[in-house]
Design a protein around this ligand. Structure first.
Ligand SMILES: NC(=O)c1ccc[n+]([C@@H]2O[C@H](COP(=O)([O-])OP(=O)(O)OC[C@H]3O[C@@H](n4cnc5c(N)ncnc54)[C@H](OP(=O)(O)O)[C@@H]3O)[C@@H](O)[C@H]2O)c1
Length: 287
């Protein structure tokens, strides 16, 4: 039996792992969040790991408020850099394999073709900087680890673009959504399955980076159109330029991932973004 700790488990991704854990009877999951295990507290971590044994940590804990990170820099650094550093120390001490989630924001978004794992990182926002530094803490560690970069994450749990657009579209006749930022949505339930495959297939050796999103490419405008169309909400979506929607943090203009490495490693097929969006919306609308 493999023992797996999921940190930050009440967030979008952690909740999706929790929702499918019963499909893996050979894996023994433990779920913690901030209240029970704060990854920023080395004292708490030492006490927790001295009385609990784990083979894997899936780190879903993060500071994810992209705009707020510009002003709450100390907090973002503490969670996304120091917290990750603490997990690396614990993993070294107890010989635990670490699965860590990172982001497309480690890139500046000025590429013209899908990002591969070896492309140089160059964040364009404070959140991106903290995630980039968090990755470096793992890369410099003496552990077995995978860093999985993902993008545009949404889920039936928590708050995200899918729920925000649905809510506003139900309340208004028109919505403005940016069309000049291109990427790929990721349904957290699909990512959760891929993450677990690293454990099931025993694929964590050394330190490797992988890219994971759903298949296909779209703009936030296309994504919003599909959210509204699938639910048959009567709301006109207007395409606007990003500069017409100023936000405190810079967003990458282009953050499409090349996913060949993870598909080859796990021998998986990744669902097309529209198909996964339909699955998620049908779950949200059943709740
Ligand atoms: N959301 C996206 O669009 C997106 C895109 C690309 C990559 N990612 C990455 O994907 C991962 C999962 O994202 P997500 O959307 O599932 O995040 P999320 O919904 O914001 O969940 C993060 C969880 O971590 C918890 N947490 C925060 N600080 C903690 C600490 N010090 N110790 C323990 N738990 C802590 C949060 O608790 P509180 O709610 O109480 O703070 C929350 O439950 C993150 O690494 C994120 O950077 C996300």
């Amino acid at each position: 039996m493999k023992n797996i700790l999921v940190t930050g488990s009440q967030g979008q991704l952690g909740s999706e792992i929790n929702a499918i854990e019963s499909n893996y009877p050979d894996l023994n999951f433990s779920f913690t969040d901030m209240d029970e295990l704060n990854i920023c507290s080395m004292e708490q971590l030492i006490s927790f790991f001295s009385s609990n044994q784990f083979d894997y940590i899936i780190n879903c804990a993060a500071y994810t408020a992209v705009d707020k990170a510009e002003t709450e820099q100390a907090t973002a650094k503490k969670i996304n850099i120091d917290g990750v550093n603490n997990l690396v120390s614990i993993s070294e001490q107890y010989n635990i394999s670490l699965i860590h989630i990172s982001t497309d924001y480690v890139f500046d978004g000025f590429n013209y073709k899908p990002y591969v794992e070896t492309d140089l990182t160059k964040s364009n926002s404070f959140y991106g900087y903290t995630k980039e530094e968090g990755e470096k803490r793992i890369i410099n560690g003496s552990i077995n680890a995978v860093i999985i970069r993902t993008s545009w994450l949404y889920s039936a749990f928590g708050n995200n673009f899918v729920k925000t657009i649905s809510k506003h579209a139900n309340a208004k006749s028109e919505l403005n959504v940016v069309f000049d930022q291109i990427g790929t949505p990721t349904y957290a339930a699909d990512l959760a399955k891929a993450i677990i495959q690293f454990i099931v297939q025993d694929k964590i050796k050394g330190i490797e980076i992988y890219h994971y999103s759903n298949e296909g490419v779209c703009s936030w405008y296309d994504f919003a159109q599909e959210i509204v169309a699938f639910q048959k909400i009567e709301c006109k979506i207007n395409p606007i330029e990003g500069k017409g929607y100023p936000a405190p943090a810079n967003r990458p203009f282009y953050s499409v991932f090349n996913k060949e490495k993870i598909k080859r490693c796990l021998n998986i097929e990744i669902p097309y973004w529209k198909d996964s969006l339909k699955v998620c919306l049908s779950i949200i609308n059943k709740k």
